[in-house]
Design a protein around this ligand. Structure first.
Ligand code: F6P
Length: 366
């Protein structure tokens, strides 16, 4: 019976538990055995209780829970070859030669490298006498499949990452709440949202809440943005708005790639418009809590597809990542999606912001 391991890695996101549930149950349904790797890659390296067989009932109730119930960790040991060697040994001893990983592009790249190194790792284990040739013989190939779990929606090649819509919903709810108190006091609020190098959350939230101004990393404001922002805010106030909402992505920057902070924006509004302005950092409230309907649905369907991709894989199949494009769940080439994601970061570094937006597949009009 094939044994498939499932793990969550990197920052948690809503819907990761849905992935684990879907993978475990589909694996069992397909006549295979499912294993949860607890605490991300750390579980592979430490093994012991951190690699556990999962039965149908073990994932009951997972679908509606936030965070990741099997834990996650940024594991430094796995980044070094000795850590990966131990991980390979643990996997062979547990009889696991297929991994489904839900995480961001870094976690998925790590998995693909592990797969590429796998035969060499097994050879080294045999040559060091840590495993016998007979032990490694049935496990010549490692199959992996990625699922993108991230609230940031920062992976190219997929329309949505698992968690991004739950997070967006939370942000909208929070902005609405701030909206009420802002209007009561006729205040301004600068609300910082997550998104590291990706402005998707900020951009979508600003549209969905009718914010007055937005800062994102991919479309930095041109020089003199302070005056432009103040003019817009003043004109909105003249129209009768009792509050000002500015949304800023945590990765916001100017065209010279200098970080623009929420504090800086607060100061501009306070100093130039004498507007009573506060800052609200939504922080990790955006990452926890209930997954939305969409993330329950997406994680379930993508989990099924991931198991099918593992079962269909041959030694020559490039590692897949499960994506969604125009509402269709698809298998995409993991390396290509990661490369595309990296080229967005590169375009931003080169200050080619239009190219970055194109690569992100977002139409942005002045
Ligand atoms: O999950 C992605 C993300 O939310 C980024 O937007 C943010 O910069 C980062 O994770 C913060 O993660 P942590 O607090 O776990 O380091």
């Amino acid at each position: 019976k094939k044994r498939i391991g499932v793990m969550t890695s990197g920052g948690d996101s809503q819907g990761m538990n849905g992935v684990v549930r879907s993978v475990v149950r589909t694996t069992i349904h397909m006549g295979c055995e499912a294993y949860a790797i607890y605490e991300g890659y750390d579980g592979l390296v430490q093994a012991g209780d951190l690699i556990k067989e999962m039965h149908w009932d073990d994932v009951r109730g997972y679908l509606s829970r936030g965070g990741t119930l099997i834990g996650t960790k940024r594991c430094m040991e796995f980044y070094e070859r000795p850590g990966r060697l131990t991980a390979a040994k643990n996997m062979v001893e547990k009889g696991i030669d297929a991994l489904i990983i839900c995480g961001g592009d870094g976690s998925l790249t790590g998995a693909d490298m592990f797969r590429a190194e796998w035969p060499g790792l097994l050879e080294e284990l045999v040559s060091k006498g840590q495993l016998t040739r007979a032990q490694v013989e049935p496990y010549q190939h490692l199959n992996i499949c990625g699922l993108v779990g991230s609230i940031d929606n920062d992976m190219s090649g997929t329309d949505a990452t698992i968690g991004c819509y739950s997070s967006l919903e939370r942000i909208c709810e929070m902005v609405d709440a701030v909206f009420d108190t802002a209007a009561s006091h006729k205040r301004g609020f600068v609300i910082e949202v997550m998104g590291r190098h990706c402005g998707w959350l900020a951009l979508m939230a600003s549209i969905a809440t009718g914010a007055d101004y937005v800062f994102i990393p991919e479309k930095p404001p041109s020089e003199g943005w302070e005056e432009e922002m103040c003019e817009i805010v003043t004109s909105h106030r003249k129209l009768g708005k009792r509050r000002t909402i500015i949304i800023i992505s945590e990765g916001a920057q100017d065209t010279d790639l200098n970080k623009i902070t929420a504090d800086q924006v607060v100061k501009v509004l306070s100093d130039q418009l004498k507007l009573d302005t506060r800052k609200t950092v939504l922080g990790h409230t955006q990452r926890g809590g209930l997954p939305s309907f969409y993330d329950r649905w997406l994680s379930t369907l993508q989990g099924v597809e991931a198991v099918n991709a593992i079962l269909d894989a041959t030694p020559d199949t490039p590692s897949p990542v499960i994506t969604i494009r125009e509402n269709k769940i698809e298998r995409s080439n993991l390396q290509e999606c990661v490369a595309l994601t990296k080229s967005v970061a590169e375009a931003i570094k080169q200050k080619d912001f239009n190219k970055a937006m194109q690569l992100r597949d977002v139409e942005f009009k002045e």
